[in-house]
Design a protein around this ligand. Structure first.
Ligand SMILES: Cc1ncc(COP(=O)(O)O)c(C=O)c1O
Length: 408
């Protein structure tokens, strides 16, 4: 049996069509896009063609797209860049408790540098509490940053409503769309976003490349100083091969998105139904307002990390909901924010489907997982713990995974 890769939220394989589109920029089309000669012009043309493609998928204009090194840099440029450029207007940023560390830790950095940040809670289903958001957006607020969909539990936020709240107060909206771009519609106007982050490696493109949509009129302070690349917003010779790959990945997603989303939703729903027959299991995140490819479960008295290792030995690549904090064994901040106890949060398993996932893969996974869960329960110290011991464990402090492994 071949391996079954169910960790597409972490990263995706590069599509062969993307690889083919990138190839010439490593060899015959090697020019620097800033050079005046023909080689340079060729690279500059490829860059601008790529910008048009990415802008097209966002319903944006090409000059509203800034290429970056990926989702993390886009989030940093959006939040720090906006905060520093607009600090005369106010010093408050509003975000949610379940953002990716690229947003959360950027906000924490700004807190150390004179900004105030409000972390709005989410409900049990992972949807941002809109009343709390409404209250949090005050006169001093300059930016709201709420992710389009969560990388762990897949919950899709009501961005239309969120942008209405921000707009009513004249506040800009940034959204981290790293997990949605290429999977569901991400038209910047429809979402009401002024800033939108995306990444290449989540959409069968290369790693180390991404983009930030910057609505015309939105002022940012650059984070990387140097040449006048990317309209002075991001210095450095452009990664033309990577950008061409991102554009090709975007083009393929735009063409195949609807069919693929429907196919993955069907497979995911079969997975949900099958897994939830396991006693002591439940689904994390919203049942329907979730990414087509995302399933996130908890299994009582099972340690997620151990389950991932057991599944790996059976040929299945999965993830816990808490890749960021697995080294410190801290439970996921997302699962804690939706109300899970530390013990419950430790027992999570994230399965994220992709283009290569078949119905047969899902049936295989459904045959394997219940047995592995059972094996782990048999050796789980939690299963035999007294109520008092469990309470003590559940009271352990939790963090935001700042010191753990890299996150996806
Ligand atoms: C929601 C979200 N934001 C940001 C990132 C960071 O993107 P990148 O890996 O391209 O830096 C990721 C993935 O790691 C993500 O899932």
């Amino acid at each position: 049996m071949g391996r079954i890769y169910l960790d597409h939220a972490a990263t995706t394989p590069v599509d062969p069509r993307v690889l083919e589109a990138m190839q010439p920029f490593f060899s015959e089309k090697f020019g620097n896009a800033s050079s005046l000669h023909s080689e340079g012009t060729e690279a500059a043309e490829a860059l601008e063609k790529s910008r048009e493609t990415v802008a097209g998928a966002l319903g944006a204009k090409p000059d509203e797209v800034v290429f970056t090194s990926g989702g993390s840099e886009s989030d940093n440029l959006a939040i720090k860049g906006f905060a520093y450029a607009n600090r005369k207007k106010g010093n408050r940023i509003v975000t949610s408790a379940i953002e990716h560390p690229a947003v959360l830790n950027t906000c924490r950095y700004l807190e150390k540098n004179g900004f105030r940040v409000t972390y709005v809670p989410v409900g049990r289903n992972g949807i941002v509490d809109l009343n709390a958001l409404e209250k949090a957006v005050t006169e001093e607020t300059i930016l709201v940053s709420i992710m389009h969909a969560n990388n762990e539990i897949g919950t899709i936020q009501p961005l239309g409503k969120i942008s209405e709240i921000a707009k009513r107060r004249g506040v800009a909206l940034h959204t981290d769309a790293v997990q949605t771009f290429g999977k569901i519609e991400t038209d910047a106007d429809k979402l009401g976003a002024d800033l939108l982050s995306l990444s290449g490696h989540k959409i069968y493109g290369p790693k180390g490349v991404g983009a930030l949509f910057v609505r015309k009129g939105t002022v940012l302070e650059p984070l990387i100083h140097g040449g006048e690349h990317e309209k002075g917003l991001r210095a450095g010779t452009e990664n033309v091969a990577g950008i061409a790959g991102l554009a090709e990945a975007t083009r393929i997603c735009a063409k195949e998105m609807n069919g693929e989303a429907a196919r993955e939703t069907r497979l995911r729903d079969r997975l949900l139904k099958g897994i939830l027959e396991t006693p002591g299991s439940w689904l994390n995140g919203h049942r329907t307002k979730r990414l087509p490819n995302n399933a996130n479960f908890s299994f009582r008295h099972v340690e997620g990390e151990s389950l991932v290792l057991y599944l790996d030995m059976k040929g299945i690549a999965a993830s816990t909901g808490s890749a960021c904090s697995s080294l410190k064994l801290e439970p996921s901040h997302v699962l804690r924010a939706i109300g899970l106890t530390p013990e419950e949060a430790h027992g999570s398993l994230r399965l994220t489907l992709g283009r290569a996932t078949t119905a047969k893969d899902i049936e295989t996974v459904l045959e394997i997982i219940p047995g592995e869960v059972e094996k782990l329960r048999k050796i789980s110290p939690m299963a035999g713990m007294s109520a008092l011991e469990k309470k003590r464990l559940e009271k352990q402090p939790h963090g935001h995974g700042r010191h753990g492994k890299a996150c996806d």
